[in-house]
Design a protein around this ligand. Structure first.
Ligand code: SF4
Length: 312
């Protein structure tokens, strides 16, 4: 696949050359998503083809268990191959409960920042703020902390170059090189540079008998039954209770917008068809609801306790 990225985005090589010309020492980081694309990058590192000083997995608090197992698998492969690069698992600095906590705060309190992508009725999508706030920024913070150590300021002669595993078929996701949060962090996209597509990375993993589950949150609106490895059916089958939680959150979000508690201009939907999740998969929903009803209520009460909201 050809690299056709727009001219504002530089290749990793160009960024490194620019930084070296400015006399910067470079701290190399991989933002590891636990799925397929960044796993390709991690394996290139394990095999000695890409240098990293740090691997970071930012836990959104909503990844399915199979992704946590996949992350553990990759940590084990690193150990088995004698790869000693530090591997950190980090979370959002304010919401230890991750995206679930943010959504509960949005639904039940006056917290008004909807940090979540969603399909809107009438067309379009809300911005992918969840990826920025719960994946990219926590990874940047971890790298920054590691470079700074006990120092209170970031050293002038260091730049962080962080690889993001956007594949060549996801070029539109690469919006910038220089981080908006930290001017000394540079985001680079080596899979786009090398023309490696999502399917290429999956084929590589398959050919090596590596795990090939695609990472995403259990309620990710980018899921579609038409996308290989990204279907709602996989969540329904492997994480039925998580699917039920997704249906509940999906309903609640429209409820708080409809009743005027939240001021989103359009109604949000998790499903691409802009239909309630529980209606799209009605039979599964009804069966799971009767099976997990008590567990769902316990989860809701526990989450409310975390954000300290009484019954309403
Ligand atoms: S997987 Fe989906 S819901 Fe989760 S952070 Fe990424 S875009 Fe947002």
């Amino acid at each position: 696949m050809q690299r056709q990225i727009h001219s504002l985005i530089k290749s990793k090589n160009e960024i490194i050359q620019d930084l070296k010309a400015q006399g910067k020492r470079i701290f190399h980081v991989l933002s590891f998503g636990g799925g397929t694309q960044s796993a390709w990058l991690l394996d290139q590192h394990i095999r000695g083809f890409i240098d990293y000083d740090l691997i970071v997995f930012a836990d959104t608090g909503a990844e399915p268990q199979f992704i946590h197992e996949q992350v553990a698998w990759w940590k084990q492969r690193m150990r088995d191959q004698g790869c000693t690069t530090p591997f950190q698992i980090v979370t959002h600095n304010r919401f230890q409960g991750g995206l679930e906590e943010m959504l509960f705060r949005y639904i039940f309190t006056d917290y008004d920042r909807f940090q979540m992508v969603a399909h809107c009725d009438g067309g379009g999508m809300l911005p992918r703020q969840c990826t920025v706030d719960f994946k990219i920024v926590p990874a940047q913070r971890a790298a920054r902390r590691m470079v700074m150590g006990k120092n209170s300021t970031f050293p002038n002669d260091v730049a962080i170059v962080m690889d993001i595993g956007f594949a060549a078929d996801e070029q539109r996701r690469a919006k910038r090189n220089q981080s908006l949060q930290y001017s000394y962090v540079w985001l680079t996209y080596p899979m786009i540079d090398a023309g490696i597509s999502t399917e290429d990375s999956m084929e590589y993993l398959r050919n090596n008998n590596f795990p090939i589950r695609r990472s995403r949150c259990y309620f990710c609106p980018f899921m579609s039954d038409k996308k290989p490895g990204m279907s709602w059916h996989e969540i329904i089958k492997d994480e039925p209770f998580s699917f039920l939680k997704a249906c509940w959150i999906d309903e609640k979000l429209r409820e708080v917008v409809r009743n005027g508690h939240k001021k989103l201009k359009k109604l949000p939907y998790f499903h691409v068809e802009r239909q309630p999740l529980r209606d799209v998969y009605r039979d599964y929903y009804l069966s799971l609801y009767s099976q997990y009803y008590a567990q769902l209520n316990t989860w809701i009460e526990n989450m409310k306790a975390i954000i300290k909201v009484s019954n309403q």
